[in-house]
Design a protein around this ligand. Sequence first.
Ligand SMILES: [Zn+2]
Length: 240
Amino acid sequence: MTEKVNLEEQIKLLIELQGIDTRIFKLQDDLDQIPVDIQKIEDEFTQVTADLKRAEDGLKVLQLKRKEKEMDLNTKEDSIKKLQGQLYQLKTNKEYSTMQEEINRIKADGSLIEDDIIKILDQMDAQSQEVAKEKELLKAEDAKFSAMKKDKGEESKKLETELQGVKAQRAELAAKVDKTVLFKYEKIVNNKDGLAVVPVVNDSCQGCFQVLPPQVINLVNIKSDIILCENCSRILYIEE
Ligand SMILES: [Zn+2]
Protein backbone atom coordinates (compact mmCIF):
# COMPACT_ATOMS: atom_id res chain seq x y z
CA MET A 1 0.00 0.00 0.00
CA THR A 2 1.66 3.20 -1.11
CA GLU A 3 -1.03 5.61 -0.02
CA LYS A 4 -4.08 5.33 2.15
CA VAL A 5 -7.16 4.92 0.02
CA ASN A 6 -10.12 7.11 0.97
CA LEU A 7 -12.81 4.44 1.13
CA GLU A 8 -15.68 6.87 1.44
CA GLU A 9 -14.57 8.52 -1.80
CA GLN A 10 -14.04 5.15 -3.45
CA ILE A 11 -17.51 3.93 -2.55
CA LYS A 12 -18.97 7.12 -4.04
CA LEU A 13 -17.07 6.38 -7.25
CA LEU A 14 -18.30 2.79 -7.21
CA ILE A 15 -21.90 3.93 -6.85
CA GLU A 16 -21.40 6.14 -9.89
CA LEU A 17 -19.66 3.33 -11.74
CA GLN A 18 -22.54 1.00 -10.90
CA GLY A 19 -24.95 3.49 -12.45
CA ILE A 20 -22.96 3.46 -15.66
CA ASP A 21 -22.54 -0.33 -15.67
CA THR A 22 -26.27 -0.79 -15.15
CA ARG A 23 -26.80 1.25 -18.32
CA ILE A 24 -24.12 -0.73 -20.16
CA PHE A 25 -25.70 -4.05 -19.15
CA LYS A 26 -29.13 -2.79 -20.21
CA LEU A 27 -27.84 -1.50 -23.57
CA GLN A 28 -25.99 -4.77 -24.17
CA ASP A 29 -29.13 -6.76 -23.33
CA ASP A 30 -31.16 -4.65 -25.78
CA LEU A 31 -28.51 -5.17 -28.45
CA ASP A 32 -28.42 -8.93 -27.86
CA GLN A 33 -32.20 -9.04 -28.19
CA ILE A 34 -32.17 -7.62 -31.74
CA PRO A 35 -30.89 -10.72 -33.60
CA VAL A 36 -33.30 -12.82 -31.52
CA ASP A 37 -36.24 -10.65 -32.66
CA ILE A 38 -35.06 -10.78 -36.29
CA GLN A 39 -34.74 -14.56 -36.11
CA LYS A 40 -38.30 -14.84 -34.80
CA ILE A 41 -39.71 -12.90 -37.75
CA GLU A 42 -37.47 -14.84 -40.12
CA ASP A 43 -38.85 -18.10 -38.75
CA GLU A 44 -42.41 -16.82 -39.28
CA PHE A 45 -41.47 -15.86 -42.84
CA THR A 46 -40.00 -19.32 -43.48
CA GLN A 47 -43.16 -20.88 -42.07
CA VAL A 48 -45.45 -18.87 -44.37
CA THR A 49 -43.21 -19.65 -47.37
CA ALA A 50 -43.48 -23.36 -46.55
CA ASP A 51 -47.29 -23.07 -46.19
CA LEU A 52 -47.54 -21.48 -49.64
CA LYS A 53 -45.34 -24.20 -51.14
CA ARG A 54 -47.53 -26.87 -49.57
CA ALA A 55 -50.70 -25.23 -50.95
CA GLU A 56 -49.15 -24.96 -54.43
CA ASP A 57 -48.00 -28.57 -54.34
CA GLY A 58 -51.53 -29.60 -53.35
CA LEU A 59 -52.90 -27.75 -56.38
CA LYS A 60 -50.38 -29.43 -58.67
CA VAL A 61 -51.42 -32.87 -57.40
CA LEU A 62 -55.06 -32.03 -58.16
CA GLN A 63 -54.15 -30.80 -61.65
CA LEU A 64 -52.38 -34.08 -62.36
CA LYS A 65 -55.33 -36.07 -61.03
CA ARG A 66 -57.68 -34.11 -63.26
CA LYS A 67 -55.47 -34.72 -66.31
CA GLU A 68 -55.39 -38.46 -65.56
CA LYS A 69 -59.18 -38.60 -65.20
CA GLU A 70 -59.67 -36.65 -68.43
CA MET A 71 -57.38 -39.02 -70.30
CA ASP A 72 -59.28 -41.91 -68.80
CA LEU A 73 -62.55 -40.39 -69.96
CA ASN A 74 -61.18 -39.83 -73.48
CA THR A 75 -60.15 -43.47 -73.68
CA LYS A 76 -63.67 -44.52 -72.66
CA GLU A 77 -65.26 -42.20 -75.20
CA ASP A 78 -62.97 -43.53 -77.94
CA SER A 79 -63.92 -47.10 -77.02
CA ILE A 80 -67.63 -46.23 -77.15
CA LYS A 81 -67.24 -44.66 -80.60
CA LYS A 82 -65.30 -47.66 -81.83
CA LEU A 83 -67.89 -50.11 -80.51
CA GLN A 84 -70.78 -48.04 -81.86
CA GLY A 85 -69.15 -48.17 -85.31
CA GLN A 86 -68.97 -51.93 -85.07
CA LEU A 87 -72.60 -52.34 -83.95
CA TYR A 88 -74.03 -52.35 -87.51
CA GLN A 89 -71.62 -54.96 -88.76
CA LEU A 90 -72.91 -57.48 -86.27
CA LYS A 91 -74.92 -60.40 -87.59
CA THR A 92 -77.10 -61.56 -84.68
CA ASN A 93 -79.35 -59.89 -82.17
CA LYS A 94 -77.43 -61.62 -79.40
CA GLU A 95 -74.14 -60.16 -80.58
CA TYR A 96 -75.81 -56.79 -80.91
CA SER A 97 -77.28 -56.76 -77.42
CA THR A 98 -74.02 -58.03 -75.87
CA MET A 99 -72.13 -55.15 -77.48
CA GLN A 100 -74.83 -52.68 -76.48
CA GLU A 101 -74.43 -53.87 -72.91
CA GLU A 102 -70.69 -53.40 -73.20
CA ILE A 103 -71.24 -49.86 -74.52
CA ASN A 104 -73.61 -49.08 -71.62
CA ARG A 105 -71.11 -50.42 -69.12
CA ILE A 106 -68.36 -48.18 -70.51
CA LYS A 107 -70.77 -45.21 -70.53
CA ALA A 108 -71.57 -45.87 -66.86
CA ASP A 109 -67.83 -45.98 -66.06
CA GLY A 110 -67.41 -42.73 -67.99
CA SER A 111 -70.09 -40.95 -66.04
CA LEU A 112 -68.44 -42.04 -62.77
CA ILE A 113 -65.21 -40.51 -64.06
CA GLU A 114 -67.11 -37.32 -64.93
CA ASP A 115 -68.40 -37.18 -61.34
CA ASP A 116 -64.82 -37.57 -60.13
CA ILE A 117 -63.68 -34.74 -62.40
CA ILE A 118 -66.38 -32.43 -61.01
CA LYS A 119 -65.26 -33.29 -57.48
CA ILE A 120 -61.64 -32.58 -58.41
CA LEU A 121 -62.64 -29.24 -59.97
CA ASP A 122 -64.36 -28.27 -56.71
CA GLN A 123 -61.27 -29.27 -54.76
CA MET A 124 -59.13 -27.25 -57.18
CA ASP A 125 -61.29 -24.18 -56.56
CA ALA A 126 -60.84 -24.49 -52.82
CA GLN A 127 -57.12 -25.17 -53.23
CA SER A 128 -56.68 -22.14 -55.53
CA GLN A 129 -58.29 -19.98 -52.86
CA GLU A 130 -55.88 -21.45 -50.31
CA VAL A 131 -52.93 -20.62 -52.59
CA ALA A 132 -54.21 -17.04 -53.05
CA LYS A 133 -54.64 -16.66 -49.29
CA GLU A 134 -51.12 -17.93 -48.59
CA LYS A 135 -49.71 -15.60 -51.27
CA GLU A 136 -51.38 -12.63 -49.56
CA LEU A 137 -50.04 -13.75 -46.20
CA LEU A 138 -46.56 -14.09 -47.62
CA LYS A 139 -46.75 -10.63 -49.16
CA ALA A 140 -47.80 -9.14 -45.82
CA GLU A 141 -45.13 -11.12 -44.00
CA ASP A 142 -42.52 -9.98 -46.51
CA ALA A 143 -43.44 -6.32 -45.97
CA LYS A 144 -43.47 -6.81 -42.21
CA PHE A 145 -40.10 -8.55 -42.33
CA SER A 146 -38.44 -5.84 -44.44
CA ALA A 147 -39.81 -3.02 -42.28
CA MET A 148 -38.81 -4.79 -39.10
CA LYS A 149 -35.31 -5.53 -40.34
CA LYS A 150 -34.86 -1.87 -41.25
CA ASP A 151 -36.16 -0.74 -37.84
CA LYS A 152 -33.97 -3.18 -36.01
CA GLY A 153 -30.94 -2.11 -38.05
CA GLU A 154 -31.52 1.52 -37.06
CA GLU A 155 -32.18 0.59 -33.45
CA SER A 156 -28.99 -1.44 -33.37
CA LYS A 157 -26.94 1.48 -34.71
CA LYS A 158 -28.47 3.86 -32.16
CA LEU A 159 -27.81 1.47 -29.26
CA GLU A 160 -24.29 0.83 -30.48
CA THR A 161 -23.51 4.57 -30.57
CA GLU A 162 -25.01 5.08 -27.12
CA LEU A 163 -23.05 2.12 -25.80
CA GLN A 164 -19.77 3.51 -27.14
CA GLY A 165 -20.49 6.83 -25.41
CA VAL A 166 -21.32 5.21 -22.09
CA LYS A 167 -18.25 2.97 -22.31
CA ALA A 168 -16.05 6.03 -22.80
CA GLN A 169 -17.65 7.61 -19.71
CA ARG A 170 -17.01 4.41 -17.83
CA ALA A 171 -13.33 4.31 -18.80
CA GLU A 172 -12.89 7.88 -17.57
CA LEU A 173 -14.56 7.12 -14.26
CA ALA A 174 -12.86 3.75 -13.77
CA ALA A 175 -9.47 5.46 -14.08
CA LYS A 176 -10.29 7.39 -10.89
CA VAL A 177 -11.02 4.23 -8.89
CA ASP A 178 -8.28 2.56 -6.85
CA LYS A 179 -7.04 -0.52 -8.72
CA THR A 180 -7.68 -2.99 -5.90
CA VAL A 181 -11.14 -1.60 -5.26
CA LEU A 182 -11.90 -1.68 -8.99
CA PHE A 183 -10.70 -5.27 -9.29
CA LYS A 184 -12.99 -6.30 -6.42
CA TYR A 185 -15.93 -4.41 -7.93
CA GLU A 186 -15.48 -5.85 -11.41
CA LYS A 187 -15.28 -9.39 -10.14
CA ILE A 188 -18.63 -8.92 -8.40
CA VAL A 189 -20.30 -7.03 -11.26
CA ASN A 190 -19.42 -9.81 -13.70
CA ASN A 191 -20.53 -12.59 -11.36
CA LYS A 192 -23.76 -10.89 -10.26
CA ASP A 193 -25.42 -10.01 -13.57
CA GLY A 194 -24.20 -6.43 -13.56
CA LEU A 195 -25.23 -5.48 -10.03
CA ALA A 196 -22.32 -5.12 -7.59
CA VAL A 197 -23.12 -2.07 -5.45
CA VAL A 198 -26.44 -1.94 -3.63
CA PRO A 199 -27.93 0.35 -0.99
CA VAL A 200 -29.18 -0.75 2.40
CA VAL A 201 -32.87 0.15 2.68
CA ASN A 202 -34.93 -0.63 5.77
CA ASP A 203 -32.01 -2.68 7.09
CA SER A 204 -32.09 -4.94 4.00
CA CYS A 205 -29.65 -5.49 1.21
CA GLN A 206 -31.24 -4.28 -2.05
CA GLY A 207 -29.39 -6.97 -4.01
CA CYS A 208 -30.89 -10.02 -2.32
CA PHE A 209 -33.44 -8.32 -0.03
CA GLN A 210 -32.19 -10.15 3.06
CA VAL A 211 -32.30 -8.30 6.38
CA LEU A 212 -28.76 -7.44 7.46
CA PRO A 213 -27.45 -7.87 11.04
CA PRO A 214 -26.99 -4.56 12.94
CA GLN A 215 -23.21 -5.03 13.19
CA VAL A 216 -22.96 -5.25 9.39
CA ILE A 217 -25.03 -2.06 9.00
CA ASN A 218 -22.73 -0.41 11.53
CA LEU A 219 -19.67 -1.32 9.52
CA VAL A 220 -21.31 0.02 6.35
CA ASN A 221 -22.02 3.29 8.19
CA ILE A 222 -18.43 3.66 9.35
CA LYS A 223 -17.24 3.63 5.71
CA SER A 224 -13.73 2.57 6.56
CA ASP A 225 -13.85 -0.64 4.59
CA ILE A 226 -15.71 -2.23 1.73
CA ILE A 227 -18.48 -4.26 3.33
CA LEU A 228 -20.12 -7.10 1.43
CA CYS A 229 -23.57 -8.57 1.99
CA GLU A 230 -23.06 -11.91 3.74
CA ASN A 231 -25.75 -13.44 1.61
CA CYS A 232 -25.18 -12.18 -1.96
CA SER A 233 -21.62 -10.82 -1.65
CA ARG A 234 -22.50 -7.43 -3.13
CA ILE A 235 -20.94 -4.17 -1.93
CA LEU A 236 -23.23 -2.37 0.50
CA TYR A 237 -23.69 1.38 1.06
CA ILE A 238 -26.07 3.63 2.94
CA GLU A 239 -28.03 6.05 0.79
CA GLU A 240 -27.56 9.70 1.81
ZN1 LIG B 1 -27.39 -9.17 -0.47
